[in-house]
Design a protein around this ligand. Structure first.
Ligand code: CUV
Length: 642
């Protein structure tokens, strides 16, 4: 019998513990329970040693070497593990590339007057157009937007050259390494198709070549996914600025109609926020005091960054938002949506509404979303939620009390606006000076997910606190940001966690932002906004005329579950940034693969570290992980002579 963890063991969050106990008392199963039932994991899959690529198999190689050493086709453990990693990377890169393409199409339709959006950040549009070397003189806003959208779409079509967004955003010194290795992507779809082909039976069998294929997927993810999405979303919806929001399950309001928006792309959810405001009066007619939109996962992050919409939950506890009994609708778009939400919703009046033709859930309502008809879809969804309010059973409502105030919206533009008040000509200089003199020992991006298998928030918060204590500035995105917000690391209280020099700097910078202090964890947005930390590092590296890999900067993904997080991590490593993962990446079946990733081979020059300057650090203990990250930060400081 699998051991069922107590609520206190599955999450650090007492509200999650409370709601999990409520769910269990009502016989409602959640991901935390299913993770416990799944406790004995397949040893072959865990090591990356099973292969279902063709009908000669499935083949599996016993991790301890006591069984067959090769699959029927002759693939050995190294090939199998490298292929299974590439498979994961393909999933991650496709998800983000598709996100980028959807947003590019929406921008195109907006520019052509076919979709009901407006260009909210004309300044950013012009900066991006200039960065892409597009002609803007004498052009209308819509003409420039159309040219930007078409240039973005080329990154899914062109057959020669290099992706436009890499030409635009890629750091030159990293570019030289990628070009030399022949791994710089041409177009996202072409690279994904090539990766699928090379991974098929009879394709690429060279583990090191397959690993380079994984790095290409990291770059596809980073540029056609992250950078392209952040840039175009900023153009369409505005570049984030400091904003206040609340975090916790307590952001649901018993007196209002509650709608949760969940997934990743803000195209529909931005419209839902708009329609919730428009239809507010209608809510009064059904006895509610208003309409309350709450965010889940990265759609939540997108909305809080630009609209200050409160955030209810990160990935692993998404079902518990429904268990409050106070949710009229959960609207989902793409990615990180547990099918389990439908089973939970069936115990309540909550309507699960899928919106994308390629992401449906049996039993859920489907309201199709197309940018052209965004208003119709958003209006229908809000009206459905209003109607559902009458079906709510007050006896089932349990909303935990107490939520945490947090500040988010720290785009690179927002950070530079603050630092420009100290040095107008060189806004990055105050940060560079602080890094040089040790006020900031290093910069760490604490990113990624929460995972029902792991105790929620513990890894994310522990790594962040250990680093803050040592004066490492934290930037954060994704569900890790949800974790850090909940424990006060995005408000003034969080200063307590910081070392003295960092604390003083955050207070000083805060004054220039109209706050008593900048929060110790700077929330940069959703997963696609992992473009922002890299933009910041690239700009600092340019000022110092060094590669990004020389900077005392690291990434940490303590509680990940998603292939997307591994692809993002690979994109960081391709720039020479060390990346820690706290969850087993399932490559232990091959020493060659594991050691190439972690830089622990004898022939160092063909490891990730040797080729790119950044390596993978696998460590499940967050305190130990932070110590290793500090060591790497200090090593890079020393090499830089600071
Ligand atoms: Ni994209 S990928 S669980 S929602 S951060 Fe959250 Fe963020 Fe991971 Fe998913």
């Amino acid at each position: 019998m699998a051991k069922i963890r107590e609520p206190e063991e599955v999450s650090k969050d007492t509200q999650v513990q409370q709601m999990l106990a409520v769910a269990r008392s009502r016989g409602i199963e959640t991901a935390f329970d299913r993770a416990d039932q799944m406790a004995a994991r397949c040893p072959f899959g865990s090591a990356g040693l099973c292969c279902r690529s063709c009908l000669e198999g499935p083949c599996r190689i016993v991790p301890n070497g006591s069984g067959p050493r090769r699959g029927v086709c002759g693939s050995d453990a190294d090939t199998l593990v490298a292929r299974s990693l590439l498979n994961t990377m393909i999933q991650g890169a496709s998800g983000h590339a598709e996100h980028g393409r959807e947003v590019a199409m929406a921008l195109l339709k907006t520019a052509e007057g076919k979709a009901p959006y407006v260009i909210r950040d004309v300044g950013k549009l012009m900066r991006v157009a200039k960065g892409l070397n597009l002609e803007i003189e004498g052009k209308s806003i819509n003409e420039v937007a159309k040219a930007v959208a078409l240039t973005a779409l080329e990154d899914f079509q062109k057959h020669e050259g290099v992706m436009n967004w890499i030409e635009y955003r890629g750091h030159q010194k990293s570019r030289e390494i990628w070009d030399k290795l022949g791994i710089t992507p041409v177009n996202a779809h072409l690279e994904i198709a090539k990766a699928v082909t090379r991974n098929a039976m009879g394709g690429d069998a060279d583990p090191l070549n397959l690993l380079l294929g994984s790095v290409t997927m990291g770059l596809v993810d980073g540029y056609s996914g992250l950078h392209l999405s952040s840039d175009l979303q900023d153009i369409l919806f505005g570049t984030p600025k400091a904003v206040k929001f609340n975090y916790s399950l307590a952001v649901l309001d018993e007196k209002q109609i509650n709608i949760a928006v969940h997934g990743h792309i803000p195209l529909l959810s931005e419209k839902i926020v708009e329609w919730a405001r428009t239809l507010e009066r209608k809510a009064l007619t059904v006895g509610a005091e208003g309409i309350n939109i709450v965010g889940v996962c990265c759609t939540g992050n997108e909305l809080l960054m630009r609209q200050g919409v409160h955030a209810a939950s990160s990935f692993s506890s998404q079902e518990l938002v429904i268990v409050t009994g106070a949710l009229e609708a959960m609207v989902v778009d793409i990615q990180c949506i547990m099918p389990g939400i439908q089973q939970v919703a069936e115990c309540f009046h909550t309507e699960i509404i899928t919106t994308m033709p390629h992401v449906k859930i049996p039993g859920a309502t489907h309201v199709n979303f197309e940018p052209e008809y965004a208003d119709d879809a958003a209006r229908e969804i809000v009206e459905r939620a209003i109607r559902n309010f009458a079906k709510r059973d007050p006896a089932k409502v349990v909303i935990p009390g107490g939520s945490v105030e947090a500040y988010a919206g720290f785009s690179v533009e927002q950070i530079c606006e603050v630092t420009a008040k100290i040095n107008e000509d060189k806004p990055l200089q105050p940060l560079i000076d602080a890094i040089k003199d040790g006020t900031i020992r290093g910069v760490a991006a604490v990113i990624g997910c929460t995972n029902p298998r792991e105790p929620q928030d513990i890894g994310n918060v522990t790594v962040a606190k250990e680093l803050l204590k040592n004066n490492v500035l934290i930037v954060t995105t994704g569900c890790a940001a949800h974790s850090l917000a909940k424990y006060g690391l995005m408000n003034e209280d969080g200063l307590e966690a910081c070392g003295d020099s960092l604390k003083a700097l955050l207070r000083q910078l805060g004054q220039h932002a109209g706050l008593s202090a900048l929060p110790p964890a700077l929330h940069m947005g959703s997963c696609v906004d992992n473009s922002r930390p890299l933009d910041l590092l690239s700009a600092i590296a340019d000022e110092l005329d060094v590669p990004v890999s020389s900077l005392p900067a690291v990434g940490s993904c303590p509680e990940t579950h998603s292939p997307k997080a591994l692809t993002i991590g690979t994109y960081f490593m391709a720039h020479g940034v060390d990346v820690h993962v706290g969850v087993d990446p399932q490559v232990s079946g091959s020493n060659l693969v594991a050691r190439t990733l972690t830089g622990s081979r004898e022939d160092k020059e063909i490891t990730m570290d040797g080729l790119f300057g950044g390596k993978l650090i696998v460590e499940s203990d967050p305190v130990k992980a932070a110590a290793i990250l500090l060591e790497r930060i200090d090593m890079k400081r020393k090499a830089l002579g600071i």
